[in-house]
Design a protein around this ligand. Structure first.
Ligand code: ADP
Length: 205
């Protein structure tokens, strides 16, 4: 039984836990995956509503020479300041959920499954609900802490200290796994993750 016209599955996890890896596998299998991060980049592009709201809030200092938002600087500012982070989330998240709803309406047909890759799903679930977005299932891509650290350092070419700071600034992956409908363990090889995924998908279909 689904609450929507199609089955909506949210995919979340921690930084470098393997969300993109999993959603790439899904895309290759022909599934529709909506990427919430890419929507959040879109809604802050020059001329988009969140662009002006961010300038209003953070001032023109937040712009690069080409007038686009300096995402690196913005990231640094909100990383260091919880209040600013919440203010930016207030600006961007509602726009992201508006766009998400539009895309879901576009793709949603009876009996179809739509996956949404949404890193901050649990952190923003109340905002999602207020936009009428109900997830039929939430999957968490889980990885052990030491493997997460190694993969993050290598993917982003950062030091152990930087990687630890990033991991620690997030809601813990164990907590996320506890409240998920399904947990996909990504400690092993890629083909192990793919096999788990295939098993889960075969039960869904
Ligand atoms: P996320 O999207 O959750 O931030 P990614 O999918 O980018 O995480 O994965 C983080 C890094 O770990 C990437 O460089 C990816 O190629 C690598 N990775 C993911 N899963 C595995 C795996 N099972 N084995 C080896 N490397 C992996």
């Amino acid at each position: 039984m689904t609450l929507n016209n199609c089955t909506i599955i949210g995919i979340t996890g921690g930084i470098a836990s393997g969300k993109s890896t999993l959603t790439n596998m899904l895309r290759k299998k022909g599934y529709i995956v909506i990427d919430a991060d890419s929507i959040s980049r879109d809604v802050t592009k020059i001329g988009k509503p969140s662009y002006y709201e961010i300038i209003e809030h953070f001032g023109y200092e937040i712009l690069l020479e080409d007038k686009s938002i300096d995402r690196k600087l913005l990231g640094k500012l909100i990383f260091e300041n919880l209040q600013l982070r919440e203010e930016l989330n207030g600006i961007v998240h509602s726009r992201v959920f508006e766009e998400l709803q539009l895309l879901i309406n576009k793709y949603c047909n009876d009996n179809e499954i739509i996956f949404i890759d949404i890193p901050l799903l649990f952190e923003t679930i109340e905002v999602a609900k207020s936009f009428g977005l109900i997830f039929d299932e939430i999957w968490v891509v889980y990885v052990d802490n030491d493997i997460q650290l190694k993969r993050l350092m290598s993917r982003d070419d950062i030091t152990k200290e930087e990687a630890l700071l990033k991991i620690k600034s997030q809601m813990s992956l164990d907590e996320k796994a506890k409240i998920a409908n399904r947990v996909l363990y990504n400690n092993g090889k890629l083909n192990e993750l793919e096999n788990d995924l295939e098993q889960i998908l075969s039960k869904l279909r």
